[in-house]
Write a protein that binds this ligand. Structure first.
Ligand code: GLC
Length: 801
């Protein structure tokens, strides 16, 4: 293993003195006399790109991670040559590049704080075996500095003191310290002295990160090939770092259809048709809301993608239609391995068109997966992606499947020690031919992208829905994701909570776990606690291997069914709130889940918290992670919060005990929040929504809330057909004022709001709606006040007696 931070720098080469400097618009080139060039691009005032070559010129600049829609442009770029360094100045950052050794130091331009500094800086080791270099970077790490991010690592949220690598790996029944697992997201946020910055190492080779593990004062990252090519983001707010990274690597191309935010039921596998129908009918009979039902690999004929087992599913089109009539969207799995079978159309076509991956010496890349021996499409070839997207026509357009689940795309290969392709496999890499060493980490991403293209085409005018297991940075543009084959243990509930938060702070919010655990069998209690957590995960799906019994909400005892129903109903009530948060994610890159450190980085107590998180902007949730618990201790962040169940107000900034028996869970609402809620539906669109409830949580002071609505599907919202309502709440001791600001052309189905006021400290004497007094005749009180108003009000005044 490469030990980047080794004290003894054996084999390491370093840049020598800078002898030349050139500027080309937004890009600066610094050259040394040993042929190193640092190319520094000012992408934005708070975003710098550092790219190094050791041979005097750069390779073609190509990245799968960076989106063409990234915002670029700066207000200021000045460069000054000083005695010992060059100084690059933007309106946010001052960056010094030492003439002596090319080391970089980055400062806050306003207050001069040192944010990040090279230790060894860029260095490299030549790779005799593969050619090119093993590229390395080491930075100083300070006492009290914390690190977050890196995608799906099943480890403590704060990465300090640990080392990780990024190499997408099929990891059945992984554990707390397993590394690497399915995803490769080489992005982290550092936090020091209250200021956050981010580093995205856009290198797809196997990369590693050492966060002050080997040496207490050094954080480093390196890769087995390719370029030292990283982006530096400055906050100083962590939320801005995450948004900025998400902007660069891409926000989701559009909102998911609202049904995809409902509850999904999955298992390996539901078949035949009668079993599928029995499951969906039981949901309806027991009145447990559910929007999606999954078909795992057994729906296919011998696991051949794009085929159906006609014995189990004699008429898929009819079945899918019937399921849809009952509100169930069908999601089907599609894996990358194509069975070697000369009578199988997809195989024949792939072979004829030369679309399968080949080994270095020309043989096909042959590997075993579910169907037996397979060949694998080279999804890094744009022509192959086009072909692949076309294969979805029948499944989507004709049969009516609404979502596709891409699995095994690390890519996974069975019965081989390294679980994947050998390194020598060749890839097109969009016209930059390379070996699997470089393409491995993007293989799954490119498969999901091709799948997304197919769904987009054939689902139109509806929105596509894709889910993937493997991902590289930027995959969030196309698809949702889940955290792979976890296990039905309490420790895995802890892991699931961490992973969803970590994915959100890694730009990929649309994520969730296999609720209840994929491997092994949960007790009813564990299943219940896991569903409770899942309510607050953007992707909300129960899945299990099926080897160890059933995992539907009714597979345990009746109490479990009732509690699970109650929690899934909460999810369905919160859909407009979640949808609004999702819109913020799609529009600004705002993470859907905020770990406490992301929520309030100034409070140092948050830096090592793992369990509590904010869902959207205003709801605080904390799962119960132990058996037999009647509640738990948790840290409530600063500010005043309403207990969701009791309306009791608690003052945060401290750890406290919160009661939460099995039918409950610690949930708090930020004071001043206005939470929009739907009536309970069995699936999205079951009812025409005529009224939205606004739960108003009184605050002395001001708070802003939003409600985004549109057609819940389709693309009209991108043409202005949306409705964005901003509620500005102002609370005084004897008055509560809500101002509404409206934007967008969409006419919502709801016509009224049911206002429910929590925690009002005075008795209502008068209500004025746009300056007209409304009668108190219909005012209901039982702890909360409630009344109905027209959705288009501008100002609501609630005045005390
Ligand atoms: C993999 C997936 C799992 C799926 C199974 C069969 O293990 O991670 O979700 O059920 O394959 O397709």
């Amino acid at each position: 293993m490469i030990v980047n931070t080794e004290l003894e720098n054996k084999g390491n080469l370093f840049p020598s003195k800078i002898i030349d400097f050139k500027k080309d618009v937004d890009t600066l080139y610094f050259s040394t006399d040993n042929d190193v060039i640092l190319q520094l691009t000012v992408v934005r005032d708070s975003l710098l790109r550092f790219r190094y070559t050791t041979v005097g010129n750069f390779d073609n600049d190509f990245s799968y991670a960076i989106t063409q829609y990234a915002s670029i442009g700066y207000n200021k770029l000045e460069i000054e040559e000083k005695k010992d360094c060059y100084e690059v100045l933007t309106s946010k950052l001052r960056c010094e590049i030492s003439k002596e050794d090319m080391r970089v130091s980055i400062y806050d331009a306003k207050d001069g704080t040192l944010i990040n500094q090279d230790e060894g800086g860029f260095h490299w080791e030549e790779s005799y075996e593969h050619g090119g270099n093993i590229v390395k970077m080491s930075k100083l790490s300070n006492d009290g500095e914390s690190y977050y991010g890196l995608g799906d690592k099943p480890n403590h949220l704060n990465l300090k003191g640990k080392r990780f690598s990024n190499w997408a790996t099929d990891s059945y029944a992984y554990g707390k310290d397993s590394d690497p697992i399915y995803k490769a997201i080489p992005f982290y946020t550092g936090l020091h002295h209250g200021k956050a910055y981010g580093i995205f190492f856009d290198n797809t080779f196997k990369s590693s990160f050492d966060f002050a593990h080997e040496r207490r004062n050094v954080t480093s990252f390196w890769a087995q090939g390719g370029e030292m090519n990283y982006y530096f983001f400055y906050g100083p707010k962590m939320n801005d770092v995450v948004e900025s990274y998400t902007d660069l690597t891409g926000k989701p191309h559009h909102l998911p259809p609202m049904w995809a935010l409902g509850f999904h039921q999955c298992k390996w596998s539901y078949y035949p048709e009668s079993k599928v129908k029995e499951i969906t009918a039981t949901f309806r009979k027991l009145k447990i809301p559910c929007d999606a039902i999954y078909l795992d690999i057994d729906y296919m004929e011998g696991f051949r993608c794009f085929t159906w087992n006609k014995e189990y599913f004699p008429d898929p089109k009819r079945m899918v239609k019937e399921l849809l009539a009952d509100g169930f969207k069908t999601v089907a799995i599609i894996d990358p391995g194509i069975k070697i079978d000369k009578d199988y159309a997809v195989f024949k076509e792939g072979l004829e068109k030369d679309y399968f991956c080949k080994r270095a010496d020309g043989a096909y890349m042959k590997g075993k997966v579910w169907p037996g021996e397979c060949y694998f499409p080279d999804f890094t070839n744009p022509e192959v992606r086009d072909w692949w997207s076309g294969l979805f026509q029948e499944l989507i357009e004709d049969i009516g499947v609404k979502g596709v689940w891409n699995d095994m795309n690390e890519p996974a290969v069975m019965e081989v020690p390294n679980k994947t392709f050998p390194d020598d496999v060749r890839h097109d890499y969009d016209g930059n031919p390379c070996s699997h060493r470089k393409a491995h980490n993007v293989y799954g991403m490119q498969m999901a992208r091709a799948t997304y293209q197919g769904l987009k085409k054939y689902s139109y005018p509806k929105r596509p829905f894709v889910i993937t297991r493997s991902a590289y940075s930027g995959t969030q543009r196309y698809t949702s994701t889940w955290t792979g084959d976890n296990v039905a243990t309490w420790e895995h509930l802890w892991i699931a909570n961490i992973q969803a938060q970590r994915m959100a702070m890694s730009g990929f919010s649309f994520a969730g776990s296999d609720i209840g655990g994929f491997a092994e069998q949960p007790q009813g209690e564990l299943f219940t606690r896991w569903v409770q957590l899942g309510v607050f995960h953007p992707f909300f799906r129960v899945h299990s291997s099926g080897d160890h019994g059933d995992q539907e909400p009714w597979a345990f005892d009746e109490d479990v069914t009732d509690i699970v129903r109650k929690f899934i109903e909460i999810r369905y009530q919160l859909l407009p709130y979640l949808y609004t948060a999702f819109w913020n994610y799609v529009d600004h890159g705002t993470p859907l889940l905020k770990s406490l450190v992301l929520y309030d980085q100034d409070d140092v107590h948050t830096h090592y918290r793992t369990d509590e998180f904010v869902f959207g902007e205003q709801i605080l949730a904390c799962p119960v992670l132990e058996p037999n618990a009647k509640g738990r201790r948790m840290y409530v962040p600063k500010g005043n919060w309403y207990n969701f169940w009791t309306d009791e107000i608690v003052k945060g900034g401290k750890e406290m005990w919160v009661d939460a028996d099995i039918d409950s869970m610690p949930i708090f609402v930020k004071e001043g929040a206005i939470i929009p809620k739907y009536p309970i539906q069995q699936y999205v669109g079951e009812k025409e929504i005529k009224e939205i409830t606004l739960d108003v949580y009184y605050k002395k002071g001001k708070e802003k809330s939003e409600l985004f609505s549109d057609a819940n599907d389709g693309f009209d919202y991108t043409k202005g057909r949306f409705s964005l309502r901003t509620f500005n709440l102002t609370g005084r001791s004897n008055k509560l004022i809500i101002n509404q600001h409206k934007e967008g052309k969409f006419i919502t189905t709801y016509v009224t709001f049911k206002i429910q006021i929590h925690g009002l400290p005075f008795e209502i004497g008068e209500i004025q709606l746009d300056n007209e007094t409304i009668s108190l005749k219909h005012l209901k009180t039982n702890g909360t006040y409630s009344f109905i108003v027209d959705k288009n009000f501008s100002q609501l005044n609630i005045i005390g007696k």
